[in-house]
Design a protein around this ligand. Structure first.
Ligand code: NAD
Ligand code: LMR
Length: 332
């Protein structure tokens, strides 16, 4: 205990562990608000912002905010190594977003190459960092990252996460609104993947549990699956979800950091390499720990409707996984 003269003893605060977070694609639509949320997070000691251009400006701007997080900007191939140095957590929102009428899979041709190159650099410069993959199509970019890391000899499935938190955020919002529930008390696990029918919210496991008709479940499921498309259409050619995504990515990053710092019972949904189903990659609840994922949690009891949806996503999810894996082996 320390004290102020004449005052009560002040509790001594345990210093937070030093944590470095790197954002790759930090000058973009997601990258900028995400970097700001990370700058506001006391768990982040050092924030390294990397993009092909523009990051020195973003970093200088953020560095004037009076929080403890130290911010540095890095731009261009030559500075990627320094941006990754000693990172505990690397968040990747680098890549192009959808325009109206496109599927996430149509981003594959451009984003696969971007992700491959960035993950190769992670393998080299911070092989033990946790990776939070945001770049679409997540159903393929995570298998690409896994395969790259395998080639480089640094793959550990407990450190690689496809960020599906936005699906959870949407499902919570739509469920709370539909049933007039206090939104801060609501949770809905979302499993499967992150595209169209592979996004499967489990309203049978939502909390608090309130009765939903078959029509309500179907409508809420469809609304959650189409959430990304709804934003793409509303933005009318000016990109996809950036602000809600930044919020979701900041939530998941905070869960990773809390778990790294030894906080117990940190659970979130993410798309990971797991054996929860027959799919080699699958989004489910995961328990996080000091070094990444402790375990992917079993699906638990699901409704007949959810089982049908799970069966129906098979071709799309496996197709996206196979496409990602093949890409790494068919390119230099
Ligand atoms: P954006 O175009 O606004 O920003 C992308 C940034 O990536 C740009 O600043 C660009 O310069 C940068 N970039 C491109 N190539 C790079 C490279 N080689 N190294 C570093 N940076 C590079 O796009 P956005 O709206 O921020 O979206 C980014 C990605 O996130 C898209 O693929 C989008 O589909 C995806 N996304 C995913 C989710 C999700 O839930 N996982 C949600 C929203 C968007
Ligand atoms: C989302 O769900 O908002 C993202 O995957 C972006 C998109 O293209 O829909």
């Amino acid at each position: 205990m320390s004290s102020v003269p004449g005052g009560k003893p002040l509790p001594v605060r345990k210093p937070l562990p030093y944590r470095r977070v790197t954002v790759l694609g930090a000058a973009g639509g997601i990258g900028q608000p995400l970097s700001m949320l990370l700058k506001l997070n006391p768990l982040v000691s050092k924030l390294s912002l990397y993009d092909i251009a523009g990051t020195p400006g973003v970093a200088t701007d953020l560095s004037h905010i009076n929080t403890r997080t130290e911010v540095h900007g890095f731009a261009g191939d030559d500075q990627l190594k320094d941006a990754l140095k000693d990172a505990d957590l690397v968040i990747i929102p680098a890549g192009v977003p959808r325009k109206p009428g496109m599927t996430r899979d149509e981003l594959f041709d451009i984003n696969a190459g971007i992700v491959k190159k960035l993950v190769q650099a992670i393998a080299k410069h911070c092989p033990f960092a946790l990776i939070n993959m945001i770049s679409n199509p997540v159903n393929s970019t995570v298998p690409i990252a896994a395969e790259v890391l395998k080639v480089e000899g640094t793959y550990d499935h407990t450190r690689l996460f496809g960020v599906t938190t936005l699906d959870v955020v949407r499902a919570r919002t739509f469920y709370a609104k539909a049933k007039n529930l206090p939104i801060e008390d609501v949770d809905v696990p979302v499993v499967g993947g992150h595209a169209g029918k592979t996004i499967l919210p489990l309203f049978s496991q939502a909390t608090p549990q309130v009765p939903l008709s078959k029509e309500e479940v179907e409508e809420l499921t469809r609304k959650t699956q189409d959430g990304g498309t709804e934003v793409v259409q509303a933005k009318a050619g000016k990109g996809s979800a950036t602000l809600s995504m930044a919020y979701a990515a900041a939530l998941f990053a905070e869960s990773c950091l809390k778990a790294m710092n030894g906080e117990p019972n940190i659970i979130g949904c993410a798309y990971v390499g797991s054996s929860v189903t027959d799919y080699p990659f699958f989004a489910s609840k995961v328990e996080l720990g000091k070094h990444g994922m402790v375990k992917a949690l079993e699906l638990g009891p699901i409704s007949k409707y959810e089982q049908t949806c799970l069966d129906e996503m098979k071709d799309e999810l496996m197709g996206s996984i196979d496409k990602g894996v093949a890409y790494v082996h068919n390119t230099e």
